[in-house]
Design a protein around this ligand. Structure first.
Ligand SMILES: [Ca+2]
Length: 466
């Protein structure tokens, strides 16, 4: 089946854009896709995005050889809705994943009827692997291997959702499993090894599938608190533990790149680096920096939803370029479909757009996003951006993001008609999404009991207590 599809893939491949190597080259195979999606990393937490003391040479090099996007948005200021948007190309509300994050006791997740990037590429013969934090539902039927991934290694939800990592004021009863596929291979894994082990699993997957198209999704569980780095990185950054963690993620990017180069497939791969939402500021030194942006995780100010993004694809993405057009994680699915010559199966409406003209440096290409909706962490409509103008519905503030990226100067009094236009448009678009929203999937029986009170020193692994 897949053999017969290959000519179709080539017919629509980005090689037709004219910048890639010519025919009969192994690079004529469908493009590989690697997406590194970190957790709670701020807009300012890379050296190529201006951080003065965090050192990220691998991501910086990709930016120098590829493209940096400076107006790149996630669709929610918190984890689960943001992840749903990245994988489906939809506003979280359209797939009913907008109401904050999935907690261990929850019985629902992203519906398996939704077409994820993994579903789309898997349908076209790609090998697909997820290495890191899932957080789109953890009952049987909601896991990565139920959503288009052949392989999953990592944690099903956030690394703080454990009785052993209580935040001030919180009282989790749950424990954190490390999983391979649907099996728990360890309860309360050593979190200092998560970044390294997920990277090594992803590298092994690349080595194993170098001769066929693959999609490697690496949603690192760091730098979400509690922060952990391996011994090789702990105590090495002048930025403290947060810097250690980011620098280990940067090492991870270097390791993934090295695997692509070792296999001779770097120039046939689209590599995206970004993060799921802004920095968790109340944790002070353990949270990151949004750079010049106001607010952080959980906020609808830019710091919560505008994230660093680097895209690298030698021969396709013009080197050393900066895209200042508005783009979003929802654009990844249709863009990957376009650049790999695959087509999303099904006819469900999505919200993202193909931004391949922006990424490949087509002259005078502009953002296909006419307006962008902001939703609160709880999923309520919060605001809209159209062009340079951003309206936050409550308290009705209007910002000019081209001259005031820090959202310091409210222009609402000056432009009351614009405020009403934007408010009307935001409400109209939200109502349309709400009217067409598709359901989540609920699964009655848990795969395991997350409330199991494990003691990691006495509990070596899954003993069937599910
Ligand atoms: Ca997050």
């Amino acid at each position: 089946m897949f053999t017969t599809m290959i000519p179709l893939l080539l017919a629509g491949s980005p090689l037709l854009h004219g910048t890639a190597p010519k025919s009969q080259d192994p690079a004529d195979r469908p493009s590989n896709v690697v997406v590194v999606f970190t957790d709670d990393q701020g807009y300012g937490d890379l050296s190529c995005f201006g951080h003065p003391t965090i050192h990220t040479p691998h991501v910086d090099r990709m930016a120098a050889e590829g493209m940096k996007l400076t107006q790149f948005y996630v669709a929610s200021p918190v984890c689960s809705p943001s992840r749903a948007a990245l994988l489906t190309g939809c506003y979280p509300k359209r797939v009913s994943m907008h109401e904050h994050v999935i907690f261990p006791a929850y019985d629902y997740g992203l519906h398996t009827d939704e077409v994820t990037i993994a579903d789309m590429l898997s349908e076209h013969g790609y090998a697909t692997g997820c290495f890191g934090k899932w957080h789109l539902g953890h009952r049987d039927g909601l896991l990565p291997t139920d959503q288009g991934f052949d392989v999953f290694y990592g944690v099903p939800y956030s690394n703080d959702m454990s009785q052993f990592h209580r935040k001030p004021g919180n009282n989790y009863k749950h424990s954190l499993p490390l999983m391979r596929g649907k099996d728990i291979i360890e309860w309360e894994p050593d979190q200092g090894l998560l970044t390294r082990n997920c990277t090594e699993e992803a590298v092994a997957f690349i080595d194993e599938h170098a001769d066929e198209p693959f999609f490697v999704y690496v949603p690192h569980s760091m730098p979400h608190i509690p922060l952990y780095a391996s011994e090789a990185f702990e105590g090495t950054s002048p930025r403290g533990l947060y810097g250690d963690v980011i620098e280990e993620i940067d090492w991870s990017v270097g390791a993934l790149r090295a695997a692509l180069e070792r296999n001779g497939i770097a120039d046939n791969t689209i590599f995206v680096f970004t993060t799921d939402n802004g920095p968790w500021l109340p944790f002070k030194a353990d949270g990151g920096s949004a750079g010049p942006l106001r607010g952080g995780k959980g906020s609808n100010h830019e710091g919560g939803q505008r994230v660093p993004c680097v895209v690298w694809s030698p021969g396709r993405i013009p080197p050393g370029t900066v895209c200042r057009e508005v783009a979003t994680t929802m654009d990844l699915l249709p863009t990957i479909a376009s650049m790999t010559g695959t087509k999303p199966p099904g006819s469900d409406v999505i919200d993202g757009h193909d931004i391949s003209p922006l990424l490949t440096g087509v002259q005078d290409a502009t953002s296909p996003t006419e307006s962008f909706l902001y939703y609160t962490a709880q999923g309520d409509l919060a605001g809209i951006r159209r062009g340079k103008w951003k309206l936050l519905l409550e308290p009705g503030t209007l910002f000019d993001l081209e001259i005031d990226v820090s959202e310091k100067w409210d222009h609402a009094q000056q432009y009351p008609e614009l405020v009403e236009q934007l408010r009307t448009e935001a409400i109209r678009r939200d109502q349309a999404i709400t009217a067409q929203a598709r359901p989540v999937r609920t699964v009655e029986n848990p795969l395991w009991n997350p409330e199991y009170r494990v003691n990691p020193t006495e509990y070596p692994g899954d003993d069937g207590e599910r």
